[in-house]
Write a protein of this length. Structure first.
Length: 143
């Protein structure tokens, strides 16, 4: 018999925190795309113009990053091995968005130092979740 070992408490804690974190990213993406006034009113006109002028490929990267992470977090809670692939896809999307924002455009100037710092935080959390899911899959906690 091939039994899945008992799920460690840290997987549930990290999974729940990941869903909450990534739900915030999904809301940010959706509210920006649908131009939800109560949300987008916090941005300057220059920032909104920047967001609304993303080329299709950068917008697709943003969507891949956000939704890959959100679905990966749900998959982690469901203890599915495909969480690793979803978190990996989110890293690809995050890389594309980061390249666009910080290498191909003046995104840092538009978003300010806070935007750059927040991007760093997103990278740290995204990498952690990818490697955490990978470790949980190798240890047999994901099926």
């Amino acid at each position: 018999m091939n039994q899945t070992p008992k799920t460690p408490l840290h997987l549930w804690i990290i999974g729940i925190l990941a869903v909450l974190w990534d739900a915030g990213g999904a809301f940010d993406y959706s509210a920006t795309q649908f131009r939800y006034a109560p949300y987008i009113n916090q941005f300057t006109p220059e920032q909104l113009e920047y967001f609304y002028n993303f080329p299709s490929w950068a917008d697709a990267c943003w969507a891949l990053g956000v939704w890959g992470a959100f679905l990966g977090s749900i998959a982690l809670l469901l203890r599915k091995t495909w969480a690793v692939w979803l978190f990996g896809a989110s890293l690809v999307g995050l890389a594309g968005t980061t390249v666009y924002s910080f290498l191909l455009t003046d995104g840092m100037a538009v978003m300010g130092e806070g935007g750059a710092a927040f991007t760093g935080v997103i990278w740290v959390i995204a990498l952690f979740l990818f490697f955490y899911a990978q470790a949980m899959a190798k240890r047999g906690f994901l099926r």
